[in-house]
Design a protein around this ligand. Structure first.
Ligand code: ADP
Ligand code: MG
Length: 270
């Protein structure tokens, strides 16, 4: 019983339309051939809108694909590396001081891209590279331009906050090169209902939650304010509680007490 309650709170992947649109768009962009500048995309949205989940989904989708993508997270940066170093490490290029000083690193990079059939680079938390001092920002922006320019011709698929969008839009060259794709909060409607229904299907509850009960679905929507992160937390925490209290399905009472349940289970809410 303990275990099932905990299992309710493990993150999982549901193929929601907003995520599918991004995955499909990237697939199409990778098929475009013979461009001087590879097409690039910024997917942006508030924290908790589902960016990292899509990033991880792409990672597993492209693991065995012919068209290779390289993945880099600007946040996971215990060595305090600059953007450049992070990129090199994503390409498995050892970054010694000497290597950094020599110029043949770009030749090495070009060769790797060619031999491994690397078509693009996917960056999570890109705002961390772009919201720095003016000097650092300038360096990183020109690095972004180089990646998709004639030298490397990689498509860049970046995920970040609205802050990243502002920075890219403010640079005329990048603004022209990057398609912008906002991740929005849920709207009330069938897509929301389907997402909740699919999610609950994957939860290890013994009884079926009654989503025909409109009050319950409305409570889920309004208490989460349609924010992805909140929706998922609500479902996880309510399911966890339903296992512990023996009801074995999510009820209106659970949904309306989500703040309290989160508090009891040590989950941050709001
Ligand atoms: N498509 C999805 N299916 C299931 N859970 C999702 C999905 N998208 C987001 N989530 C959940 O929502 C929460 C926030 O998502 P995350 O990707 O971390 O957002 P961001 O990176 O934009 O801050 C996580 O708990 C994640 O598991
Ligand atoms: Mg994230």
């Amino acid at each position: 019983m303990e275990l099932r309650s905990l299992a309710c709170r493990a993150d999982l992947w549901i193929n929601a339309p907003h995520a599918e649109r991004v995955v499909n768009k990237i697939g199409m962009m990778l098929k475009v051939k013979n461009k001087v500048q590879a097409p690039c995309l910024l997917v942006y949205g508030r924290g908790g809108s589902g960016k990292t989940t899509i990033f991880q989904r792409l990672q597993s989708l492209y693991e065995n694909a012919d068209e290779k993508l390289v993945f880099v997270n600007m946040r996971q940066n215990p060595n305090n590396w600059a953007f450049r170093e992070l990129l090199f490490s994503a390409f498995d290029i050892a970054v010694t001081k000497r290597a950094r000083a020599t110029l043949d690193i770009s030749a090495q990079l070009r060769m790797l891209i060619e031999t491994r059939n690397i078509k693009g680079i996917v960056i999570d938390e890109v705002h961390d590279a772009l919201t720095l001092t003016a000097v650092q920002q300038k360096i990183n922006l020109s690095l972004l331009k180089n990646l998709s320019g004639a030298d490397y011709n990689l498509s860049v698929f970046a995920f970040g906050t609205e802050g990243a969008e502002e920075v890219l839009r403010a640079d005329p060259q990048l603004a022209r090169r990057y398609a912008m794709h906002p991740l929005l909060d849920w709207q009330w409607g069938d897509a929301f209902r389907n997402f909740v229904a699919s999610y609950i299907n994957f939860l290890p509850l013994r009884l079926a939650t009654d989503l025909g009960n409109k009050q319950l679905l409305v409570a889920m929507f309004s208490n989460s304010k349609g924010i992805m992160d909140n929706v998922v937390k609500l479902l996880q925490v309510c399911a966890s509680a339903a296992v512990l209290d023996g009801t074995e399905r999510i009820t209106l009472e659970h949904a309306n007490n989500v703040g309290l349940l989160c508090h009891d289970l040590g989950v941050a809410w709001e």
